[in-house]
Write a protein of this length. Structure first.
Length: 349
């Protein structure tokens, strides 16, 4: 019997397994990529072809491995600079397009809606490493109830202007939200204005739901005409702001917008009474994330880990990682198998 207490202040931490549970077509970091998608679109060079070969297994490619090698440079990489930049751009675009496409088909809509409504009704913040909009779109729905609202203007912890207001002079006032989604690695709907500086700051990002075929029929106010869409296209960069899945992310975390997001996420953890990790593997390699949790989860907070737990060895390794980082004499961790959908259905009534 779980000791999860629905009356306590709760913060959720969501990993890739959360999205995968509700949108099964969303890819993980190994994905099938044809030569016409990758090799034929980069600047041809034997060096980059070798990198692709080293990160390919049959018809699948390790996108994290590609992006890490293309962005984390070696001293002898100067002569390959243009080829590596081309590889990084194409690999990141493939990743964004695949996640966007996979996010369109929600396979457990009722349970996802229940989770979103519970978060809004109970002021439960979500900290997530995911770029996708699966949760965001569900939160956006049914947000007309007083004190149970969520919107992109203020729902990420900073003001994010809607792209529709790039084509009008009408003022827009952000509405406060019942809870916040702290997206530690950026989001597929955060688009920088053209010419934004490298150290991206709040005010330079614009919310754009139309990324990678998001179902805008669920958001009627984004039914722009062709002229408006052209104006928006001309005002924004062609790629959203995300922290790509590379081994070393510290260079991205120095940007003002992510400093703000990470500080807000830390405050949410410091103020919580229980933390529920859903579909998050707590990788040993992500030092920044591990520091965030070890330094921010209160000593007296209850900790729950919801996972599929289908492979016994992987489940034991997961337990070991969490216990090594967060368990203490005052705090035990409760591990819950069965996955996100079953847990939401059985717990968040």
């Amino acid at each position: 019997m779980s000791t999860f207490d629905k009356t306590k202040k709760t913060t959720f931490v969501l990993g890739a397994g959360f999205t995968k549970a509700f949108a099964k077509k969303c890819p993980l970091l190994w994905m099938k990529v044809g030569k016409d998608e990758l090799e034929e679109k980069i600047i041809p060079h034997p060096f980059t072809k070798k990198i692709i070969s080293q990160n390919r297994d049959g018809d699948s490619v390790d996108v994290e491995g590609l992006l890490s090698r293309a962005t984390e440079r070696m001293p002898y990489d100067d002569e390959h600079d243009s080829s590596l930049r081309s590889l990084a751009e194409v690999a990141e675009k493939i990743l964004v397009d695949r996640i966007s496409e996979g996010s369109k088909s929600v396979t457990a809509p009722d349970e996802l809606r229940k989770f979103a409504q519970w978060c809004k009704a109970n002021n439960a913040d979500c900290i997530t490493f995911n770029y996708d909009l699966v949760l965001d779109l569900s939160l956006h729905q049914d947000s007309g109830l007083e004190n149970r609202t969520w919107n992109t203007d203020a729902g990420y912890g900073f003001y994010l202007e809607n792209s529709g207001f790039l084509t009008t002079v009408m003022p827009r006032k952000a509405v406060c939200c019942a809870m916040t989604v702290h997206k530690l690695h950026g989001s597929l709907n955060w688009y920088p204005r053209i010419g934004s500086p490298h150290d991206l700051r709040p005010g330079l990002l614009v919310n754009r739901w139309r990324s990678g075929g998001v179902d805008t029929d669920r958001i009627p106010d984004l039914d722009f005409n062709e002229r408006s869409r052209t104006l928006i296209d001309n005002a924004l960069e062609d790629r959203p702001f995300i922290v790509p899945p590379v081994n070393s992310k510290e260079g991205f975390y120095s940007r003002p917008i992510l400093k703000l997001v990470w500080r807000a996420a830390r405050k949410s953890l410091l103020d919580t009474q229980q933390v529920v990790f859903i579909g998050y593997s707590l990788p040993e390699s992500d030092r920044s994330a591990r520091l965030l949790f070890s330094e921010s989860v209160p000593e007296n907070a209850s900790v729950f880990v919801v996972t599929r737990g289908s492979n016994p060895d992987e489940f034991e390794n997961l337990k070991s990682r969490y216990r090594g980082l967060l368990e203490s004499s005052k705090r035990k961790i409760e591990f819950i198998g069965g996955g996100a959908v079953d847990w939401v259905e059985g717990t968040l009534e």
